[in-house]
Design a protein around this ligand. Structure first.
Ligand SMILES: Cc1cc2nc3c(=O)[nH]c(=O)nc-3n(C[C@H](O)[C@H](O)[C@H](O)COP(=O)(O)OP(=O)(O)OC[C@H]3O[C@@H](n4cnc5c(N)ncnc54)[C@H](O)[C@@H]3O)c2cc1C
Length: 378
């Protein structure tokens, strides 16, 4: 990977690595147990300049690219995938305005993010997750306003966010061409939060329900044109999937690191278990997947930064890295034996944290469908 590593990238990578080891890893298990996002970590990360990386310089941000986001996510996620995933949502919110939005909206939203505000990205509904075009939330135009009604579920950071990107149907009969995206403030009349959802893993990252009951927004809060919401969501996926792939890579790397250390230390039948071929081969399989995930993630991010299409490569990266994270977590627990099942050791949490990587930002099944579609187009 050295060919990609400029001095600036190495500096950012090292800063993120140190941050993860000193500030995130030591509190990760406690935050997971308490299902608490550590806002103090976000403030420290903001102080060292490792949030909102893609906000352009013209708006006061560092103006970095998708590859830098991947490098930082890969390092921070080693400390905790939940904490890092929650922070990454603000990058997805920024992605919306890289993909669409007026100058005034960019100025507003990038400014709010740089001030330390949080956004949340609200597509999924009780009856529609993979089926984005099947959402039922409605936005009805009335003069110079839209009135939004509906409900969202599984919205990451809903309890922390000051504003939402809300996808709603402006034309219920037009399928995916009837979806539009809106910027909605948390404190707008008619917005309310449901319960924070109990989760298997990544428990430091809150996710919840959001309800919209006759919520009025001015027409200048429509992002892109009416009916362009589905296209915006697809463009955002091309940007967000390399980042989520990097999060999966970080988790797989942590699994490998923990498993190798344990396998060198733990002895059975007179030798370290790494010298039993069955265990050594597990570590080899994990190592190959980590390296291959890294190549795919960097490729998907690098293409985006170069302004080239990356839909196929982003799906490759997200699919392979997420499946590899689950694979590596499963094998890490096995390498630890009984201790892998204990909350006293870190791999139990890694195992729980890994699963959702195959579900959010498009399930593994959906990634395969995208890959098949893109291959057919060639
Ligand atoms: C922790 C967490 C955080 C989340 N954060 C957010 C967020 O911030 N914002 C947001 O909008 N959403 C968020 N989501 C929702 C997430 O994106 C959806 O759960 C995901 O897209 C799957 O949708 P679904 O749950 O409705 O499952 P479904 O779409 O009902 O899928 C169920 C199963 O069927 C499969 N399936 C469905 N359709 C097809 C098909 N066409 N071909 C093949 N297989 C198919 C799926 O792969 C899956 O295995 C989050 C979810 C979780 C668990």
């Amino acid at each position: 990977m050295n060919f990609l590593m400029t001095e600036e990238r190495k500096l950012i990578q090292n800063l993120a690595r140190e941050f993860a080891r000193n500030e995130i890893a030591p509190i990760a298990a406690r935050c997971d147990q308490e299902a608490r996002f550590p806002m103090e970590v976000f403030h420290k990360l903001r102080d060292v300049g490792l949030v909102n990386l893609t906000v352009p310089e013209a708006y006061g941000g560092p103006g970095l690219g998708s590859l830098e986001v991947a490098l930082v996510t890969e390092q921070l996620g080693w400390g905790c995938a939940g904490i890092t995933g929650a922070i990454g949502i603000n990058t997805i919110v920024a992605d919306v305005f890289h993909s669409a939005g007026t100058e005034a909206q960019r100025k507003l939203v990038f400014g709010r993010l740089l001030e330390g505000q949080w956004g949340a990205y609200a597509v999924t509904e009780p009856s529609a997750g993979s089926d984005v075009a099947g959402i039922k939330t409605r936005a009805e135009r009335r003069g110079d306003r839209y009135v939004i009604n509906g409900s969202k579920i599984w919205i990451s950071n809903a309890p922390l966010a000051q504003f939402f990107i809300v996808f709603a149907k402006t034309d219920a009969a037009a399928g995916h061409r009837g979806v539009s995206a809106f910027l909605v403030d948390r404190d707008a009349a008619g917005v309310s939060l449901g319960k924070s959802l109990g989760k298997l893993g990544q428990r430091a990252a809150p996710a919840g329900e959001v309800f919209f009951n006759d919520v009025e927004v001015s027409a200048d809060r429509l992002i892109g044109d009416e009916g362009h919401g589905f296209m915006i969501a697809m463009k955002v996926f091309d940007r967000s999937r390399p980042m989520v792939g990097a999060l999966a890579l970080s988790l797989a790397t942590r699994c490998l690191d923990e498993a190798v250390a344990y396998a060198c230390e733990r002895h059975t039948m007179g030798k370290p278990i790494i010298e039993h071929q069955a265990i050594g081969h597990k570590l080899a399989d994990m190592g190959v997947r980590v390296e291959a995930s890294r190549l795919l993630v960097y490729q998907a991010a690098g293409l985006l930064d170069a302004g080239q299409p990356n839909t196929l490569q982003a799906a490759y990266a997200k699919l392979f890295a997420a499946d590899s994270a689950m694979f590596c977590a499963t094998e890490a627990v096995q390498v630890f034996g009984g201790m892998g099942y204990s909350t006293e050791y870190p791999v139990e949490k890694l195992f729980r944290d890994a699963k959702v990587l195959q579900i959010y930002e498009g399930t593994s099944e959906i990634q395969k469908s995208i890959i098949a579609r893109e291959l057919a187009r060639r």
